[in-house]
Design a protein around this ligand. Structure first.
Ligand code: ADP
Length: 911
């Protein structure tokens, strides 16, 4: 450009040739051509242009080199409005100008280029010029490239700023280690309550963030260059109104790297308060719901969908049953085999899906549950599933069951005990009672009635007493009715006894009377029978006294006769007969009494053997015949042939038959007919394998009332009508018959067509099979004995003497002793074969004598017979131990004794 300037024809211009240029212009051009900085010089009134090489590079072909030396306005026509005023300002002595990056669009290479310049317009002094300014020195720098770059980056920044401004999230950029706000989008500003941010550090702008540790997190991210992410973070911010509010945010602190160095932090996030609060609210309600279900003791909740699958299954009842609710979820109700009542559930759930709520009691895993289900519906009323709640009601069921059982037991016990209970409400006279009471009163089978109804069922004779007891109970609170009667529908009567207690209401007024009624009919019957038997006993005692007294008069007469004048043979015989007869009569009486009590106490000893029915009947007839003859009665006997044999005690069978024949004689009027008929019958079914014999005694006597047929076999039982009919007795004969027959395993009964129609008394006894042989016939005549020496020891001299006489008459030799010691000494001298020893003797008693005799070996063969008032099994046993061979009850049956002596095989007999 130096060359071009030198070559230019300046002289042709108003500037003139360089040689004439003023010093200022020369100096400026010189400086211009030596610097490499772009420089342009406007000179003179026409602002002719000079410029250097550096400047020329900003010009296009249109201007280079054409504008050199040209007037400024022409050369820079397109930008003259921009630069013209600046040039004028400087040329007129104004201040120099300075423009950075000024847009000056110049025509370059045919197009108007957006060109940016940073330049200064300064004066070049010239003393001759107006204002002392000859030209303008333009120092300039084209900054178009930088400006375009900046514009681009500004556009980008604006782009992301507007982007961030529109994002729903909040964003800011923090610069430097102190986190200075460089940018914050409106959402961020809004979040921060619109307080000033840009240019301030976080700590300055948001002191609460510093307190809450956010600055520390920023420091970390800045130092570590690692992003920090947080969700649902609570942020407490003070609003413009000074109130601190909680906000929940999700955010990222993203370090901004520049050349690998962290220069700032990009903060980006969103306000999630609503979400967090909704979730919290949701989890709060669900939490409460679950807590409720989980803590409901013994409960479980199910939600079933329309496909019958468990959607929810929770609750303590499940875990208690060992079921995992989670395992049930998703499974079909039908498939839950673990549930015993699955099919039951299935049908109910199906019903619920059809819109019907249900209630179901079921048993699963050995426990009882109550399940209630309701259909779940959506907003439009469509069923979307079933909500079901199950409660464990095992304990309740147990209590109910216990109560039911206890009630049933109580009912059973009350019913068994014939006890009725009731509750009488005084206010309206309604009586609530149980079935037992209804039965006892003969009321219809209801459980409520009015008191009025009860009166109809109470015996008229007892109503007053019952009424009085009820009135008294209302006053003193206790009810006691000893006994009263009610009518049954069939007209029969029950005997009842009642007790009760009055119950008062809160105000102390009598409210209800709770009571019970006991059936005492049986007790009443027992009482009556006891009273009757007491009467019988009294009667018996009177008769017994009479019976015992009767023999005394003849005995006394006989005694007087014997004690007076010497008697002739006939008189003596009469006396003997009287005494024998009366003693026998008393002996029979006493024997009967002893036997009865022995039977009663199970002490009667039986001498069982083979007994010919024929001989037993013979003996009985022999005993009863005199009475029959005296009453002119006819007796017929009919026995089967061959006569049966019995396994029995001969004496007892005789006794039984004698009793029956005697009764027949007694209770049949003179001239009547009595028949004894026996027959074999087969063994009683199922009871015995023995054959049996039935012996029936028929008479044509007074007969019996059907009601008495059984009763007469009781002790002291007599039929009133019979008393007048015959000689009467003690009322123990038939009781004895029954006892003896039963001891033989037999049975006895009475039958009559009615009073005045005669009676039949039947005895059935076991018999030996037909064809059995008599081995040891009993009842054979007493054969004369081989004479024996018999010692008789008894402190009752009469007894000893009479026995002695009896034995002597049979041919034996006797010796009597009055006590034990006498017996001992007598036996030493007399050497008896047999000793008959009374047990109750002074000095040595019978047992002691027997022991001493037995102790002497020389008397080993002696037969020792005990004589006792009562040959009880104990006495017999004691006698056996003392050494007795036999035991006889007093008075002694003479025949039996003689038979015994006759059959005694002794080594030595008298000759
Ligand atoms: P007793 O004859 O001593 O009264 P029993 O025991 O022998 O006692 O008889 C009891 C009652 O049975 C008698 O009082 C009588 O009323 C009735 N009785 C017994 N045998 C007959 C009979 N053959 N005919 C009618 N009644 C009888």
């Amino acid at each position: 450009m130096g060359q071009r300037i030198r070559d230019f024809d300046w002289a042709a211009t108003d500037i003139g040739p360089p040689s004439a240029w003023p010093a200022g212009l020369r100096a400026a051009v010189q400086m211009m051509l030596t610097t490499r900085h772009p420089v342009f010089v406007f000179w003179g009134p026409q602002h002719r242009g000079l410029y250097n090489d550096a400047y020329s590079q900003s010009l296009g072909a249109d201007k280079q080199p054409a504008i050199l030396g040209q007037p400024g306005r022409a050369a820079w026509a397109e930008i003259w409005p921009i630069i013209g005023p600046q040039i004028d300002q400087v040329m007129t002595g104004g201040e120099s100008t300075w423009h950075e990056n000024q847009r000056v669009p110049i025509l370059r290479n045919g197009v108007v280029d957006d060109v940016y310049w940073t330049c200064s317009y300064g004066p070049i002094g010239d003393d001759d010029a107006p204002h002392g300014v000859g030209g303008v020195l333009v120092l300039c720098n084209e900054t178009t490239t930088q400006m375009l770059e900046r514009r681009a980056s500004q556009a980008a920044e604006e782009g992301w700023r507007s982007l961030f401004a529109q994002t729903p999230g909040f964003t800011c950029i923090l610069r430097g280690p102190e986190h200075r706000f460089e940018f914050a989008n409106p959402r961020y500003e809004q979040l921060m309550g619109g307080r000033p941010l840009i240019g301030l550090t976080v700590a300055q702008a948001l002191p609460e963030a510093l307190e809450q540790g956010f600055v520390g997190l920023l420091d970390n991210a800045f130092r570590s260059a690692e992003a920090y992410v947080s969700n649902g973070q609570l942020l407490m911010l003070r609003g413009a109104d000074g109130v601190t509010r909680s906000t929940y945010v999700d955010f990222v602190f993203q370090p901004i790297l520049d050349d690998g160095r962290v220069t700032g932090i990009f903060v980006q996030g969103s306000d999630v308060s609503d979400r967090v609060r909704a979730a919290a609210a949701l989890s709060g309600s669900e939490g409460r719901w679950r807590a409720l279900v989980d803590n409901l003791p013994g409960a479980a909740i199910f939600v079933i969908d329309t496909e019958l699958r468990y959607q929810i299954a929770v609750g303590e009842a499940l875990s208690a049953a060992g079921i995992s609710g989670a395992d049930l979820v998703g499974r079909n109700v039908a498939d839950t085999a673990a549930t015993a009542s699955a099919s039951l559930h299935l049908s109910h759930y199906q019903r619920a899906l059809d819109g019907h709520p249900f209630e179901l009691e079921h048993r699963d895993h050995d426990r009882f549950y109550l399940t209630r289900g309701v259909p779940l519906q959506d907003g439009e009323g469509r069923v979307t599933g079933v909500l079901a709640a199950s409660y464990d009601i095992t304990a309740r069921r147990q209590v109910e069951e216990d109560l039911r059982r206890a009630r049933a037991q109580l009912d059973a016990v009350l019913s068994a005990a014939e006890v009725g209970i009731y509750c009488w409400r005084l206010s309206d006279d309604v009586v609530h009672h149980d079935q037992n009471l209804a039965r006892l009163y003969g009321l219809p089978e209801s459980t409520d009635s009015v008191l009025e109804r009860h009166w109809e069922h109470i015996h008229p004779d007892d109503r007053a007493a019952v009424q009085a007891a009820l009135e008294a109970a209302k006053k003193d609170g206790h009810l006691y009715i000893r006994e009263y009667r009610t009518f049954q529908p069939d007209g029969s009567v029950r005997w009842l006894s009642g007790r009760g207690r009055l119950q008062h209401d809160e105000s102390g007024q009598p409210e209800v009377l709770n009571g019970l009624v006991i059936d005492i009919s049986d007790l009443k019957k027992l009482e009556e029978s006891l009273l009757a038997s007491d009467r019988h006993k009294d009667h018996f005692l009177a008769v017994l006294a009479h019976e015992l007294r009767n023999p005394l008069a003849p005995l006394l007469s006989a005694a007087r006769l014997l004690g007076g004048e010497p008697l002739d043979v006939v008189q003596a015989a009469w006396c003997r007969d009287v005494i024998t007869r009366q003693v026998q009569r008393m002996a029979v009486l006493l024997d009967d009494l002893f036997n009865l009590s022995a039977i009663k106490y199970g002490r009667l000893r039986m001498e069982m053997g083979t007994v010919s029915l024929q001989s037993a009947v013979g003996a009985a007839v022999e005993a009863a015949l005199p009475l029959m003859q005296s009453r002119n009665q006819r007796l017929e006997i009919g026995l089967p042939q061959p006569p049966p044999l019995l396994h029995a005690d001969a004496g007892r069978v005789e006794q039984v038959l004698t009793n029956l024949l005697s009764n027949a004689a007694k209770y049949t009027p003179p001239g009547g007919r009595i028949r004894l008929l026996a027959r074999r019958i087969g063994p009683a079914e199922g009871t015995s394998h023995l054959d049996e014999v039935e012996i029936a005694v028929h008479d044509t006597g007074i007969g019996l009332d059907a009601n008495d047929c059984e009763r007469i076999f009781g002790m002291f039982s007599q039929v009133d009508s019979a008393a007048s009919a015959g000689p009467g007795g003690l009322g123990i004969g038939l009781a004895l018959v029954k006892g003896l027959v039963e001891l033989h395993g037999g049975r006895v009964s009475a039958y009559s067509e009615g009073l005045g129609h005669g009676s039949v008394f039947t005895v059935v006894l076991p018999s030996l099979p037909e064809g059995s042989l008599v081995q040891q016939p009993v009842g054979a005549p007493v054969t004369s004995a081989r004479p024996l020496r018999v010692l008789i020891a008894d402190d009752n001299a009469d007894a000893a003497e009479s026995l002695s006489m009896l034995l002597q008459m049979a041919g034996h030799v006797t010796h009597t002793a009055a006590d034990g010691l006498a017996a001992m000494s007598a036996s030493a001298r007399f050497e008896p074969h047999v000793a008959l020893l009374d047990i109750g003797m002074p000095g040595l008693n019978g047992y002691e004598v027997a022991q001493r005799l037995r102790a002497d070996p020389s008397r080993a063969g002696m037969l020792l017979v005990a004589l006792t008032g009562w040959a009880s099994p104990d006495n017999r046993e004691q006698g056996r131990l003392a050494g007795f061979d036999l035991c006889f009850s007093k008075p002694i049956n003479a025949d039996e004794l003689l038979r015994l002596l006759a059959s005694t095989h002794l080594s030595e007999t008298l000759t």
